[in-house]
Design a protein around this ligand. Sequence first.
Ligand code: AHR
Length: 522
Amino acid sequence: MRKTFLLLSSFLFMGCIIATAQKESQTALNQFVVIANNPGPVISKDIYGHFSEHLGRCIYEGIWVGYDSKIPNTYGIRNDVLFALRELKIPNLRWPGGCFADTYHWKDGIGPQEKRASIVNTHWGGVTEDNSFGTHEFMKLTELLGCDAYINGNVGSGTVREMAEWVEYLTSGADSPMTRLRKENGREEPWKVKFFAIGNENWGCGGNMTAEYYTDVMRQFSTYLNNYGENRLYRVACGPSDFNVSWTETLMKDPASRSRFQGLSLHYYSLVDGWNNKGSATDFEERQWFQTMRANLQMDQIIKGHAAIMDRYDPQKIKGIVVDEWGNWFDVEPGTNPGFLYQQNTLRDALSAAIHLNIFNLHADRVKVANLAQTVNVLQSVILTEGDKMVMTPTYHVFRMFNVHHDSRLLQSDLKCEDYVYGERKIPSLSASASVDSEGRVHISLANLNPNKPIELVCPVIGETFSKVTGEVLTADAINAHNTFEASDKVKPAAFKGHTYKNGVLTVTLPAKSVVVLELTK
Ligand code: AHR
């Protein structure tokens, strides 16, 4: 009797909250409804992954300074970058490329450093690569970061045997020539490798293959990528870029082909006016801001297009989309090597990161891994370095603010918002997603894309009540505000106070051009 009464009263109470929430929000122009008591798929922490290629100053200088460097380091890895990346709780790191991966021969990068073969990095600036950062150094880096390794194998110019032996060298505990070699090089125990990619952009820099040819090659390579001991490889097949759905169709349609991989990669870079007019990373106006956001939002359509094909062949969503290269691609900083892809990072990039991460969260049922391009000093980096100096970019701060979503469960939500109009074009003003973590805390991540006006957002949070709401905001005065080695704190998060929470309805005033993350605690 008492139980029935309690149930009934809780039902009435809940009904009352929903009714009140809906009533209060009926007239709102901008509304984000969150259903807090019916969690959906897990937002894999791996969609917050990063990517470090042997490209420009990403690995060398950015991460690896060598044992004898004056820059404080741990096993040759610079401490400042290590600590900053640890703060981000980076879940996985992809290496060694990118296009570099299909030119990389892993045996050049093991053994005593002074004896390692040098090669020319033909894709990136034609510089000499001395292979001082190789397998052992990378695996040490992942250990120090506490993250999973995502290794990209060489299909384009490598052999099946070479790739198979790399996996054996890395992960086998049995006695074999490869494991003896590993032990000679100082590593007794096998490592754990979670993700392994079978080539990179094999439709382009990874061998210019057709989808049909690559599918056959992938099947062959994959056959010899063994799971040793407890290690279970999540094999990533080279997928499409942008809207190339026919590549996805070819990889997915045949059960014998799709049984050979767990994830299918997807690459998409946001460009302001195409590859020939990428524009400056810092010197831009509202038109370029708008175009960037517009390009970023396309990620949603791109995922939907590929996911629709995957749904036909894999309705249970067992195969993951692995967006292992994404981000803004601008012109290199004036005076820097064009092959090094070094670009600054502004508030615009922060908004771009928030847009992408919200999109990935909302596609948590299919997107299982994603990697921002790239970690340090290349493209949309989270960190920039110059000599012994280091600076965290606005993109870094967004990743830190959003890490509350790692392995949380996506909450069903519905966003209605006004348009952000520029000239003849319009895009939604807001980006949003919500999740609930294992402690029952709800996190809502929001971005106001409009640089000209604050926006009031009414957010009924249905099904649960909360006693405390806290938040953080990232914004700045100018659209191109950025951190430099001289002024490293120009763009940084601050406590957010622009919200109220009453009768189950959160009302948030989002400053113009801002990213806000809120935490609701019971
Ligand atoms: O991230 C830079 C390059 O972009 C990668 O090497 C390649 O995979 C992509 O085209």
